[in-house]
Ligand binder design. Structure first.
Ligand code: TRP
Length: 335
């Protein structure tokens, strides 16, 4: 397939606090595979992050750490465009225009807006409400055909599609209407270690419910030792064993072993042995990523140069779309 035939793919992660192994398996690790097949744009979504309160110094640190993590996981800046969202002003500029084809009702109905408004009742701001329009701008600016998203972002992709179609109908063909991308054989959804009916989330009040990409080996093993298992003592994947099944899924995601291989490996051994093995497998898999991230964070000059190059490439692609949009809506170009 020729270069120009590759489909464009966009995704982003917010630099708001720790990245869990769920984010890694569900998103970042797939980004690495996708870069071989698509023209990928990967952003650190700092503009999105400030829709909830952030400590400025912490946000700055998390932003660079997430960019370093992208690279440490194997995202190759020679193969795709890696950048920080706020480095490309077109994201905000397109958001403004798209706001004029967005209805407040469709934003206030968004599940995530309702959830976050309840959670951050002291800070329900316009940015929180406009979050999906900024996300639509991220995607539409690059004419992305594909967006890998988890279940929690599906609604935002739907509104992105609605806005693209609405704008195209009103002003003429401008945007590619993106499709959600569900990776084939994608890793299982990783659930909380404390309550396997809930998705693993860094915002869980219980720090033992999630493992982050920067947890050290002892912490990881301790968290897996405490993980909720089910009654009985058999390591078997089944609906009535959600805790053990989650651990089997995690073990598989980090070792490549199938469910039946894992069941066989732990036949006749109890939960204790199994939990220790899962913790060790996760810790061993994360160790090289953590080391590489630390190395990159010490080489700020290199990181900055990658991010500058990424922002320049993103800017060029984004500007083509933004100019088209400005022309379509009737802005006088001055030329
Ligand atoms: N909202 C996404 C999340 O929290 C992050 C994000 C921002 C994103 N812009 C995007 C994801 C565009 C996909 C496409 O997970």
């Amino acid at each position: 397939m020729g270069e120009e035939e590759k489909k464009i793919l966009f995704s982003a992660v917010q630099p708001s606090g720790a990245v869990t192994i769920g984010n890694y398996i569900g998103a970042i690790r797939n980004f690495v595979k996708l870069q071989e097949e698509y023209d990928c744009f990967y952003a650190v979504a700092d503009l999105h992050a400030i829709t909830v309160r952030q400590e400025p110094a912490v946000l700055r640190k998390n932003t660079l750490a997430l960019a370093a993590l992208f690279l440490a996981c194997g995202i190759d800046p020679e193969k795709c465009v890696v950048f920080i969202q706020s480095h490309v002003p077109a994201h905000c500029e397109l958001t403004w225009v798209l706001n004029t084809v967005t209805y407040p009702g469709e934003l206030s109905r968004m599940t995530q807006f309702k959830d976050k408004s309840a959670k951050h009742a002291e800070n329900v701001n316009m940015g929180l409400m406009d979050y999906p329009v900024l996300m639509a701008s991220d995607i539409l600016l690059y004419q992305a055909a594909l967006v890998p998203v988890g279940a929690d972002q599906k609604q935002h992709l739907e509104i992105t599609r609605d806005l693209a179609v609405r704008f195209n109908n009103r002003y003429g063909q401008t945007f590619t209407v993106p499709e959600p991308y569900i990776p084939k054989g994608s890793g299982a959804k990783i659930m909380s270690l404390a309550d396997p009916s809930k998705k693993m989330s860094k915002s869980d009040d219980n720090p033992n419910a999630f493992v982050t990409m920067s947890d050290d080996k002892d912490t990881i093993i301790r968290k897996f030792k405490r993980a909720i298992t089910d009654s009985g003592n058999e390591v078997r994947f089944s609906e009535d064993k959600p805790g053990v099944s989650n651990l089997i899924a995690i073990y598989g995601a980090f070792t490549g072993k199938t469910v039946s291989e894992t069941e066989k490996e732990f036949e006749g051994r109890g939960y204790g042995d199994f939990k220790l093995a899962v913790g060790e497998a996760v810790a061993d898999a994360l160790a090289p990523v953590q080391a590489e991230q630390a190395r990159l964070l010490k080489d700020k000059e290199y990181l900055n140069s990658v991010l500058k190059r990424g922002a320049e490439s993103a800017f060029r692609a984004a500007r083509r779309t933004l100019s088209k949009v400005y022309r379509k809506v009737g802005f006088y170009s001055g030329e």
